[in-house]
Ligand binder design. Structure first.
Ligand code: FAD
Length: 392
């Protein structure tokens, strides 16, 4: 029977990072993936340029039932460590916005870098291969792999979440957790487009293509990022971010001019230019199409001079206190990540090893640690993968 020190299931960001680190320690490492190519999510990430980390990554950018769990891993292998690796490989990159680092060229460069590191440290990669069953033994595990069997001392589950099943996502990590009696926090799609009722879509249709820098809130969480009106309602980074916090039946609150005291601005306009139409005054601050739609929706087609403070307050409320109830989300089909996963109470936060199953590790997205949009999810994959790689 084939025998190695470490089997890593999943040649994604977390699995490859873990394999490199274990390989550096002289461990014999076999990485299995049922996909035909490694790092498929890296390849399509960041619009093909891979937002590989965030300069400002810190534990507050992650969602988990235990917000403290990620602190140790993020401190042990930081964004600066990953940036140093990228620089060592001479990969050019830039900050796009809000600390998000992207390759200047292609996401393929990140995959090639990881593959080169794996090769350098003698990691074996076996693609188009899945593990069918896992049997615990006295000193490790025996896996049924393809037609044969593989023995290993350490088994690292880096099989990712449920998002984008078309790209090979499976619930395998959760099944393995169940097999070993480990708790799993209920999963749900996150960083996912929200959907809206036909009536809302009809109202928003004329705005398709309009973009604003909005502040979107749900409960006590808010994000200030770009929002785009589309034929599917509202979309863009701000909406994806809030989707990770939104629950069925809840409203989201949108401020389309969060930095502006619109009431004061409209009062000034009324004094200085009372014959102006509302949409013209609004168009000073907002895209013209949006200004027109708001005036039409409110039925305010007259001059500013005829509008009372009460009316101007209504306008401000429509712009900065817009409430909208999503009907649902597009689900795992288009979600960038999966919220929930292996309950962090089951894992050692320094090593990612299951507390009750020595030699079994869970890293990356399969764990109940989910980042915001902006390079945080890859940073979690690098950090958690690196930690497991030091001990597996
Ligand atoms: P994955 O990358 O999902 O890797 C898991 C691997 O396991 C896969 O290769 C899969 O084929 C394999 N696998 C699954 N089941 C089995 C099985 N039974 N047997 C064998 N192999 C199996 N995050 C960012 O930080 N920045 C971005 O720019 C970004 N853009 C994204 C864009 C899109 C469209 C999507 C979908 C996600 C994006 N993400 C981004 C999120 C990021 O891709 C993931 O969080 C990250 O890839 C998780 O890494 P992972 O190694 O845990 O899992």
């Amino acid at each position: 029977m084939e025998s190695v020190d470490v089997v890593v299931i999943g040649a994604g960001a977390a699995g490859m990072m873990c394999a490199i680190e274990a390989g550096k320690r002289g461990r014999s490492v076999l990485v299995l993936d049922h996909a035909a190519a490694p790092g498929e999510k890296i390849r399509i990430s960041g619009g093909g340029r891979c937002n590989f980390t965030n300069i400002h990554a810190s534990p507050k950018n992650f969602i988990s039932q235990n917000p403290h769990f990620c602190i140790s891993a993020l401190a042990r292998y930081t964004q600066r460590d990953f940036i140093a690796l990228v620089e060592r490989y001479g990969i050019a990159f830039h900050e796009k916005t809000l600390g998000q680092l992207f390759c200047d060229g292609s996401a393929r460069q990140i995959i090639d870098m990881l593959l080169a590191e794996m090769k350098r440290h003698a990691v074996q990669l076996r693609l188009a291969t899945s593990a069918n069953s896992i049997e615990p033994t006295e000193d490790g595990f025996v896996l049924a792999v393809g037609g044969g069997r593989v023995r290993c001392k350490s088994l690292v589950m880096a099989s990712g979440g449920k998002s984008i099943p078309k790209m090979g996502a499976t619930g395998f990590g959760y099944e393995v957790a169940a097999q070993f009696g480990l708790r799993v926090v209920e999963t749900r799609p996150a960083l996912v487009p929200l959907t809206f009722e036909a009536r809302t879509l009809e109202r928003l249709k004329p705005l398709s293509g309009v973009a604003v820098d909005a502040q979107i809130a749900c409960g006590r969480t808010s994000f200030s990022e770009a929002m785009l009106f589309t034929h599917r309602g509202v979309s863009g980074p701000a909406v994806l971010q809030i989707s990770s916090y939104w629950r069925e039946g809840e409203e989201i609150r949108i401020a389309m001019l969060p930095q502006t005291d619109l009431f004061a601005a409209l009062r000034t306009a009324r004094v200085e230019n009372g014959r102006q139409a509302l949409q013209t005054a609004l168009a000073v601050h907002l895209p013209k199409k949006l200004a027109q739609t708001i005036a039409d929706e409110l039925g305010l087609t007259g001059q500013l001079a005829d509008m009372s403070d009460k009316v101007l307050r209504r306008v401000e409320d429509a712009v900065n206190g817009w409430r909208i109830k999503p009907a649902g989300s597009e689900g795992y089909r288009t979600a960038e990540v999966t919220l929930g996963g292996i309950d962090t109470r089951e894992l050692d936060s320094k090593t990612m090893e299951a507390r009750s199953v020595p030699g079994l590790y869970f890293i990356g997205e399969v764990v109940d640690v989910t980042g915001w949009l902006g390079g945080y999810n890859f940073q979690w994959a690098w950090s958690s993968g690196w930690c497991a790689g030091q001990v597996a």
